[in-house]
Design a protein around this ligand. Structure first.
Ligand code: ADP
Ligand code: MG
Length: 729
């Protein structure tokens, strides 16, 4: 085995950076060339068909069959011109990845010749056998049909020779089996509720979209070393490995110059992404060695998520071309930073206004404060389901450890905005306000600078931070489909805005004027959600204590936090607006419990195997060598002299054999615990057992393996070490 490690290392040292295939300039020439965007549509579609699509996109509706027939004609023309042979409905099942099943364009023509065929029918809807996708009990295997239906708001694109049609994925009986269907509903709700509130300030607003910019962190590992680590191959993270003596202590990787080999990879995947219309803009080294980040310009939320899913795919593919593997896991290596995916989120109107950005005058600033405070209130009230949306097995290794936001969801505003809110609370009176009082209040609000970006302090430790013109939801994991988090955030804010409108309207009905009513409700919201605001260090022990005193919820158990979806308060946010039915919510929880259980089960198996058939035999080999040494010493030396010389070896033998027997014992115990958990029917209870009884063994066994790595001869250690995985490229 050790041979594999050394030949892998040799291979890495031989590598020359692959020449990049990306053109050096003129991104604008090829940007979006693989996308059937509005520009292409205008060219390839009939006037009528183009109108249908535009209308469907604007109104958030789907196309009728006849309309689709017309669109399919133009789309087919474009696709064939671009060398396309197959098409697929591309969707986001609850596995977290994306799914595709390709069908050829060919069909038998009437006179027995093959013809290229692509109809409106297959464009708008398809019926994949979906029995193997997680459904949480919604779909029985005998009723395996699932339906995919085109999401017109996300344009069709080409990967290789395949036409990809972004779709939602629902069961035969109409329940969502994916992230996209409920996300679209949540975004529609948000649009409706936000427009109603905007009407207080500007009658021209008739559409509000959520904007989203996703910063993607990732690790790169050389392919040869990756392949020599079964844990990386199968679990996407290392389950063992002694920390490298040097890792990120010197902070010399962050924003450092990007290594040439990595740069070639980045340029190639950026080029592919640009062709697919993904507006990648930013790239840099991250904190941990071999860790990097890329970020696109923000887009409408649904599109941004499609693009992020697609981007991860592109990166995986291009990485292979460069003999790298890209790791999206939240914590591939212990002891150094993990990866997240910051969700930069805001709201934008059809009139070009960012609702989370202050404006030029008191009126637009009151609108800004309205949306700011409603967002804070939504995070306060929906704390539990927001946490639930980001909690999963892989992210649990990152959350709560000293580098990522803890499981306490708080909001950071910065001292300036906090003082503005405090001032508002102190100035708004509960009685009818005098004109002077109102003028003074508005004057104060009018002074909020238009650009907050520069005078907002940054707090890197907050899970939900205001960064001048948007919120940054930082607790989302790097491997996540952000649909999960964005369904909850947008649903919660929509729900909140609807309540706000109701409350303000009822005060207006009592005879108060509009501004006063808005002030009243905002004041009430600030007071009631004050406890979610936190300016300090979220990683500190004191914050945990303080949060408990404030009554902020901190659930560290993954299954228990997922279960919050079923609490009455969480549930009503989804069910009242029809974003999820009760059944869909239940099924989603089921899927999450199962995913959690299975991931730990897989990791436990991998670790058990590697421990017993890689590590223990290696340790025994080394121990035998020491034993031989002791024997040899005895032959040559005698008495006190021998005793003295053999002492260190003896001690080492005892240490090694101690670790070996601990490993063996614990692997057996872990298997026993799995057996016990596996017979539990209830998936929630089963996942809890896996969390409390099985998962701790992963750490315990690892401890002994890492101790062995420290002492066993490097020449025979079978797995590439951290220093090799992280520093050779
Ligand atoms: P930083 O790492 O300093 O937080 P980055 O430049 O890495 O910033 O990423 C910031 C992200 O925020 C980008 O994707 C950017 O497009 C996005 N963003 C900027 N303004 C908005 C907005 N109004 N709504 C949503 N996302 C935004
Ligand atoms: Mg960044």
């Amino acid at each position: 085995m050790a041979k594999l490690r050394f030949s892998a290392l040799k291979e890495v040292f031989k590598r020359e950076p692959l020449v990049t295939q990306a053109p050096a300039k003129d991104v604008s020439r090829y940007f979006g060339s693989g996308v059937f965007n509005m520009h292409q549509m205008e060219h390839y579609l009939s006037k009528e068909a183009f109108r249908f699509v535009k209308k469907a996109v604007n109104e958030g509706k789907s196309l009728t069959r006849q309309e689709a027939e017309q669109v399919a004609i133009g789309l087919k023309g474009w696709a064939l011109e671009n060398g396309v042979t197959h098409y697929t409905h591309w969707f986001h099942p609850l596995t977290g990845g994306t799914a595709e099943k390709h069908d050829g364009f060919i069909e038998m023509g009437e006179n027995g010749h093959m013809v290229e065929s692509f109809s409106g029918e297959v464009l708008v809807q398809s019926e994949p056998d979906a029995s193997n996708f997680p459904s949480g009990g919604i779909r029985n295997t005998f009723e395996a049909r699932g339906y995919t239906a085109w999401d017109v708001s996300s344009p069709v694109f080409i990967v290789g020779t395949t036409l990809c049609i972004p779709t939602i994925f629902v069961s035969y009986t109409g329940e969502a089996l994916d992230y996209k269907a409920p996300l679209l509903k949540a975004l529609t709700e948000l649009d409706r509720a936000a427009v109603e509130v905007c009407q207080y300030f500007d009658r021209d607003v008739n559409k509000v979209i959520a904007t989203l910019g996703l910063e993607q962190e990732y690790f790169l590992v050389d392919e040869a070393l990756y392949t020599a680590r079964p844990d990386l191959v199968l679990a996407d993270r290392t389950l063992m490995g002694l920390q490298s003596s040097k890792n990120q202590q010197l902070s010399d990787h962050y924003f450092g110059s990007i290594p040439e080999r990595v740069m070639c990879f980045i340029r190639d995947f950026e080029c592919e992404a640009h062709k697919l219309g993904i507006p990648i803009k930013t790239r840099h080294n991250e904190v941990a060695p071999n860790q990097f980040e890329c970020a696109p310009m923000y887009e409408e939320a649904n599109l941004a998520i499609d693009h992020n899913q697609l981007l991860m795919d592109v990166m995986r593919r291009i990485a292979r071309r460069h003999r790298f593997r890209v790791l999206f896991h939240e914590k591939p290596f212990a002891g150094i930073n993990g990866s997240g995916k910051h969700n930069n989120w805001s709201l934008a109107t059809n009139t070009g206004i960012n609702l989370l950005s202050p404006g030029k005058n008191p009126k637009s600033n009151l609108q800004f404060l309205t949306f700011l405070v409603n967002a804070i209130k939504a995070v306060h009230d929906s704390n539990d389901i927001l946490r639930a949306s980001v909690m999963n097995e892989s992210n649990s290794h990152r959350l709560g450890s000293n580098e990522a936001p803890p499981a306490i969801i708080s909001v950071f505003l910065g001292s300036y905005l906090t003082s503005i809110l405090d001032e508002l609370v102190s100035k708004v009176t509960d009685r009818k306000m005098t004109p002077e009082q109102k003028t003074e209040l508005k004057l104060g609000i009018g002074k909020i600078p238009e650009i907050l970006l520069d005078n907002t302090d940054r707090n890197r430790t907050s899970p939900f931070a205001f960064t001048g013109n948007r919120f940054e939801f930082r607790a989302v994991g790097s491997s996540a489909n952000c649909g999960a988090a964005m369904i909850v955030l947008n649903a919660a804010v929509a729900y909140q805005l609807r309540n706000f409108r109701k409350e303000v309207d009822s005060i207006i009905k009592e005879g108060r004027n509009k501004d006063e009513a808005i002030f009243q409700v905002i004041k009430k919201y600030i007071q009631s959600s004050r406890k979610v605001l936190f300016e300090g260090d979220n990683y500190s022990r004191e914050w945990h204590e303080e949060a408990e005193r404030r009554g902020l919820c901190n659930i560290e158990s993954i299954p228990a936090s997922i279960r919050c979806y079923m609490d009455p308060d969480g549930r009503k946010i989804f069910t009242e607006s029809g974003i999820f039915t009760e059944k869909e919510l239940e099924s989603r929880c089921e899927v999450e419990y199962e995913k959690f259980t299975k991931k730990i089960q897989i990791e436990a198996r991998i670790l058990g195997d590697l421990a017993i058939n890689h590590i223990v035999p290696t340790a025994i080999t080394y121990m035998n060598r020491l034993l031989e040494n002791v024997k040899g010493l005895k032959e040559v030396f005698a008495g006190e002299e021998y005793e003295k010389m053999a002492a260190a070896d003896r001690e080492m033998i005892i240490t090694i054999s101690g670790h070996i027997s601990e490993i063996r014992k614990k692997v057996l115990q872990m298997i026993e615990e799995r057996k016990k958990a596996n017979v539990i029917e209830d998936s929630y209870r089963k996942s809890l057992m896996y969390e409390t009884k099985v998962a701790p063994f992963l750490e315990e066994i690892r401890y002994h393996i890492d101790r062995l790595e420290l002492v066993v001869d490097d020449e025979i250690w079978p797995l590439p070490k951290y220093r090799e995985l992280l520093f050779t490229r």
